[in-house]
Design a protein around this ligand. Structure first.
Ligand code: SAM
Ligand code: FES
Length: 346
């Protein structure tokens, strides 16, 4: 249970209004920024993202690297290459790595355990975040025991009918939610999240997501707009709303004052200043890419993804400038969630 809680209860009616009403943008962002500055000051935490494989056994209907997409040029990094990415990141000041990929069965549990142990042995002052999709409880536990600190697994939606419209038969919302509870029980810092304006999503679905997160009390919450991916069954659905995504970032900060909330790549893709605006709307994390440049374009979850051509060092320098201009400051430590005995009333 987090000590740093918002004790105010917001009704579904209030949340609906905040989600839908464009005239709330400024008030929500100002309120969220005030809360974030109270807890985290102007700190922006950076996580080095290593997209280590675009092979996936899943077929999520929204995702550009789904297994049925035959037009993807598939790649996977060797354990040595993953560790090299971490080394480069360390030199650039990263103290957290996010290892993310499709659900690629090539990597056995033993391999993941060895990668985690090796990075931790070389860089003991870093935190490792895994984002590998759903695994058996025993695997989650082994990775944690090997030294993994955090796990990102967006729930995607908290309405089971909506979940079925986004995923093929065989994947269930219950399984994804249950995995999040398991991760939490094991001791991970846990991250949930969802896409804004994913196909068929209603405001009621979004409110259900917020209610689910209130129960879960995650340490991290990642959201971004749904973005069209031309080689998927959802190719004719439009991009999600930029301003609604920003409002939801603010709502998350108001509901979860302590949370680590990234200004995501998807937000930067839908608008050139999306990440800066995300920070101003209450986000406090950025996740620049540390993957080798030669593979970047192949981890194409959606069309027009940004930052696919820059070297890690260029990304790092570009972000420093952007964060500075937005009025915040990059912090190069593990950037753990802040909890303290306090009750907030906003
Ligand atoms: N395989 C892991 C998993 O399932 O959690 C991690 C990789 S998955 C590609 C990471 C996230 O990308 C998903 O949770 C989803 O929310 C997001 N994503 C996938 N397709 C997207 C799209 N078309 N637009 C925006 N975000 C997308
Ligand atoms: Fe597996 Fe997208 S369908 S990562």
């Amino acid at each position: 249970m987090k000590n740093f809680k918002n004790t105010t209860y917001y009704t579904d009616e209030e949340l609906k209004n905040w989600i839908e009403d464009e005239s709330m943008n400024e008030w929500l962002a100002d309120t969220a920024d005030r809360i974030r500055r109270d807890i985290y000051g102007d700190a922006v935490y950076i996580r080095g993202l290593i997209e280590f494989s675009n092979f996936c056994k899943n077929d999520c209907l929204y995702c550009g690297i789904r297994k049925s997409n035959k037009n993807v040029d598939r790649y996977r990094l060797t354990p040595e290459e993953i560790i090299q990415c971490a080394d480069v990141g360390y030199e650039l000041g990263f103290r957290t790595y996010v290892l993310q990929g499709g659900e690629d069965t090539y990597y056995t549990d033993d391999m993941i355990v060895d990668i985690v142990k090796e990075i931790k042995a070389k860089h003991p002052d870093t935190a490792i975040t895994l984002s590998l999709g759903i695994k058996p409880y025993e695997s989650f536990k082994r990775f944690y025991d090997a030294g993994a600190d955090r796990y990102l697994l967006r729930q995607e939606t908290s309405d089971s009918e909506h979940f079925k419209k986004l995923h093929p038969a065989g994947m269930t919302m219950e399984e994804r939610h249950e995995a999040l509870w398991q991760l939490k029980e094991i001791g991970y810092q846990v991250g949930g999240g969802f896409m804004v304006d994913s196909p068929y999503q209603t405001t009621e679905d979004l409110i259900k997501d917020l209610r689910f997160l209130e129960k879960l009390e995650p340490d991290m919450i990642g959201i971004g707009p749904f973005l069209t991916s031309h080689d998927t069954p959802f190719k004719d659905f439009p991009n999600g709303s930029y301003t609604k995504t920003l409002r939801l970032v603010s709502i998350l900060r108001i509901l979860f004052p302590y949370a680590l909330i990234p200004a995501t790549t998807a937000l930067g893709t839908i608008n050139p200043l999306g990440r800066e605006m995300g920070l101003k709307a209450g986000a406090n994390v950025l996740m620049p890419n540390l993957s080798p440049t030669m593979y970047r374009k192949q981890y194409q979850l959606y069309d027009n993804k940004i930052c696919t051509g820059d070297e890690a060092a260029e990304c790092r320098a570009c972000l420093s400038m952007r964060v500075d201009r937005a009025g915040y400051e990059i912090v190069t430590d593990r950037g753990d969630v802040i909890t303290r005995k306090a009750e907030l009333v906003y």
